[in-house]
Ligand binder design. Structure first.
Ligand SMILES: C[S@@+](CC[C@H](N)C(=O)[O-])C[C@H]1O[C@@H](n2cnc3c(N)ncnc32)[C@H](O)[C@@H]1O
Length: 380
């Protein structure tokens, strides 16, 4: 069976590695996606374990299309009543890269109309649409004149791990946090510090990665595949049990700080809920006074304010210059990875990055840069 795992731009290769480890075959790297082959068990595994996938799609119907009427007609032709019933709710997500269609929302509406009309014509009853929480989710991708419709086996995006407390102004997407950890090459044994940790996403993802906690372990939402006619509950439970029993949190050293007491409380609350207090220690501290003397040297992964979403004045440049000074004066021997969309501010760090990876944080193009703080590193 062919599947497509979608992901964030730049995470495709790491996602392909992950899928290979789960046993996927014929893996092909696409743009913000990876296609692969496997059986139903692999699809359940990818949904439950993948840290880097957003959704696992199962292609079901492909056709040529070049206008709205032919889109409606072709969708109407497919036997939707075989897939789900009028009692289920459903939703359509569309992505278009085509000269024939302009609005993805409109494409979704056309597809929805054709499906609803088929149910009405065949059964006299129609399923309802529920955008937020549907039983069945479909994904349409129109590339030029080719439309591929897939079942979205995940339903709720896999980045919604289920541990997030709402309230932080700029929380990192969980899949991006997991990708940063992968790109940093953090070994899971040495200390990891996020000195501006906000709600604690990087630290929690690091604990989950190191402790082999499946990314679906805390998930509250059902997966869409659980609504399918062929859902094999005992197969899913056996996969879940297999990986849940492999959870092994060693005394890892994860440290966080934030100068905002409300965010520190938020991070501490989530960490306590997840019973990870023994593994992640978050304190209220400005970066400049973070008590790192007691911590063996390790890796910093930090997502400081960019100056767009959190504060928007010139002080952002001197803030980044201060980050450079603090790293140089207090973090010799550490590897510091910084994610930011503010390229001008990143230059104010005035240290030469030894690696620079282009990534997207939502719509913002960012650099994820490594500053290796050797003994006696000098600011440029
Ligand atoms: C972009 S947010 C980080 C979001 C975080 N990665 C998450 O997923 O929730 C930046 C954080 O840096 C914190 N911060 C800003 N200046 C700081 C400083 N000088 N020392 C410590 N924390 C700081 C802010 O309070 C904010 O929570």
């Amino acid at each position: 069976m062919k599947y497509i795992a979608t992901t964030l731009q730049g995470s495709e290769e790491k996602l392909a590695d992950e899928l290979k480890e789960f046993g996927a075959e014929n893996i092909e790297i696409l743009n913000r996606a990876v296609s692969f082959e496997g059986d139903k068990a692999l699809m359940y595994t990818a949904n439950y374990l993948s840290r880097l996938a957003l959704r696992i799609l199962k292609p079901i119907y492909k056709f040529k299309v070049n206008d709205e009427q032919s889109l409606y007609d072709k969708v109407y032709k497919y036997n939707w009543t075989r897939i789900f019933s009028h009692k289920h709710t459903f939703a359509i997500d569309s992505i278009i890269s085509s000269p024939y269609f302009n609005h993805s929302h409109y494409v979704s509406l056309k597809i929805k109309d054709a499906i609803v009309d088929q149910f009405r014509d065949k059964l006299g009853k129609r399923p309802s649409v529920n955008i937020q929480e549907s039983d069945f989710r479909f994904h349409a991708y129109i590339n030029d004149d080719e439309c591929q419709i897939s079942l979205d086996t995940s339903g709720f995006s896999l980045h919604k791990r289920g541990y997030r407390e709402s309230g932080h102004k700029a929380p990192l997407n969980e899949v991006l946090a997991a990708s940063l950890i992968q790109w940093s090459g953090w070994d899971g044994n040495t200390p990891l510090l996020d000195p501006m940790c906000g709600s604690g996403t990087i630290l929690i993802e690091a604990a989950m990665y190191q402790g082999k906690i499946p990314c679906g372990f805390y998930r509250k939402n059902k997966y869409s595949f659980m609504n399918y006619k062929d859902y094999d509950e005992s197969l899913f439970n056996s996969i879940k049990n297999k990986y849940d029993t492999q959870i092994n949190l060693e005394p890892i050293k994860l440290f966080g700080g934030d100068h905002n007491p409300a965010y520190v409380n938020m991070a501490q609350f989530t960490i306590k809920q997840l019973k990870l207090e023994q593994y992640i220690k978050v304190i209220k501290s400005p970066f400049s006074r973070y008590p790192n003397e007691a911590i063996p040297k390790g890796t910093i992964i930090v997502n400081p304010p960019y100056g767009e979403r959190l504060n928007n004045d010139d002080s952002i440049l001197s803030f980044y210059s201060d980050i450079g000074d603090i790293l140089k004066q207090q973090y010799s021997g550490w590897n510091a990875w910084i994610l930011s969309s503010n390229f001008t501010a990143l230059k104010q760090i005035a240290l030469k990055p030894s690696k620079s990876i282009m990534v997207y944080n939502g719509p913002l193009q960012c650099k994820f840069q490594l500053f290796e703080m050797y003994q006696g590193s000098k600011k440029n």
